[in-house]
Design a protein around this ligand. Structure first.
Ligand code: HEC
Ligand code: HEC
Length: 347
């Protein structure tokens, strides 16, 4: 190598190694973002609900096992599919024996961080799981006894329950099924480029996504979509300035939380959903009435904030929302081996 070449190569190497200098407004935006949003934790564990490996693995098996529903053909994962980022891609879910569900399946990814269900009618992921196991739409079996009877027909589950709940005299209970499923769901967090950004790596977001973050803040989306989940922390009326169904074209008008509390203040009130992985979880809103993310963003600006969002702003906000797509957790991206056993009586 000639001396001149060597100098040139060294200069290139120095520039390649040095991080792009952060501009002053990049630093301001980052510190603003850090006040509004928080990076994802490693998991959503609770002191009284330990995420031991055997418990999480049992929950994972139960989540993917269709043998606890009436025709043994639907599992939790039917409506919360890995390939669809924990959703089913339908406007509204379809349950056992084609029974229609009135609402859209939200993703289970990061769900332990959020108010549960569109109308907030569940206390926790554990409460959600035990009720899903008893629901005529998602399960169809008549009672707990019928669920336990299914468990008893699959001999391989007994040791797995024992390992997951070693202190319980009788570990095969519906309560423990729900605890195990909840433990599993509490591990399903999806760190994204935005989390790397919040950790200080400004270049983890493209300049377009950073422009979108700035618009997301300045347009006022953060009044509701904030915190670790970018939502999930409060209830708000859908349609603050205009009836939501005029913007979404919803055919059936869901009264939201009013149907849960009977309080008129809750008419058309829903939980503010988390926006993590939102680019992967179409269709949108509680009734899946809107197919495309840019439309959902425009509708939000219009009915929640009274803003007619210019196309350029919609585009950058969508780029920002895309930066909230995380990697699928490995224990969700692959389907577990299930213990053998046939649960339906021979015809
Ligand atoms: C027929 C499809 C279907 C099946 C089967 C199903 N779910 Fe769901 N799931 C839904 C729908 C729809 C909702 C939203 C219900 C609502 O808001 O009223 C939901 C909500 C949830 C939520 C809350 C997510 C959030 O952000 O609010 C969790 C967690 C969840 N389901 C876990 C499970 C588990 C565990 C099972 C199996 C025991 C299961 N689901 C079975 C359709 C389904
Ligand atoms: C006043 C509170 C509020 C503000 C402000 C707000 N949102 Fe929302 N957002 C909600 C609520 C409530 C829902 C759920 C509506 C429903 O029932 O489907 C929602 C839903 C969404 C959804 C659909 C998520 C899904 O999984 O279906 C997106 C996307 C969204 N908001 C983005 C935005 C953007 C972008 C802004 C700013 C332009 C914004 N929101 C401003 C309260 C708000």
């Amino acid at each position: 190598m000639s001396r001149l070449h060597w100098i040139a190569a060294s200069i290139v190497a120095v520039f390649a190694a040095a991080p792009a200098p952060a501009r002053a407004d990049d630093a301001t935006l980052l510190s603003q973002a850090r006040e509004i949003f928080k990076p994802l934790p490693k998991d959503v564990g609770m002191p009284d609900l330990p995420l031991t490996a055997p418990r999480v693995e049992l929950g994972r098996m139960l989540f993917f096992d269709p043998r606890f529903t009436i025709d043994a053909n639907i599992s939790c994962a039917t409506c919360h599919q890995p390939a669809l980022y924990g959703t089913d891609g339908l406007a509204k879910a379809i349950g056992v024996q084609q029974r229609p569900h009135p609402r859209n399946s939200p993703t289970i990814l990061n769900s332990a961080l959020s108010i549960i269900h569109w109308r907030g009618d569940r206390e926790s992921v554990e409460d959600q799981a035990i009720k899903a196991l008893a629901s005529p739409i998602t399960n169809g079996l008549p009672d707990e006894k019928a669920v336990l009877d299914r468990l008893a027909r699959i001999p391989g589950y007994a040791p797995v329950f024992k390992a997951a709940f070693p202190d319980d005299a009788a570990s095969m209970t519906v309560q423990n099924m729900a605890k195990a499923i909840g433990a599993y769901e509490r591990t399903l967090v999806t760190p994204s480029p935005f989390d790397a950004y919040l950790a200080g790596n400004v270049n983890a977001l493209s300049p377009t996504a950073r422009a979108g973050l700035e618009k997301f803040i300045s347009t006022g989306c953060i009044a509701c979509h904030e915190g670790t989940a970018m939502g999930g922390s409060m209830f708000r009326k859908f349609g603050v300035l205009e009836d939501y169904w005029k913007a979404t074209g919803s055919q059936t008008i869901d009264k939201g939380r009013f149907d849960v509390t009977n309080n008129l203040d809750d008419l058309y009130v829903f939980r503010v959903p988390s926006l993590r992985n939102v680019a992967m979880t179409a269709p949108y809103f509680h009734d899946g009435s809107v197919m495309a993310l840019p439309d959902a963003v425009r509708i939000m600006a219009r009915v929640q904030l009274g803003v007619m969002l210019p196309d350029a702003d919609t585009r950058v906000i969508v780029a920002f929302l895309e930066s909230l797509t995380g990697e699928l957790p490995p224990n969700f991206g692959t389907i577990p081996a299930l213990p053998a056993g046939s649960v339906l009586p021979a015809k």
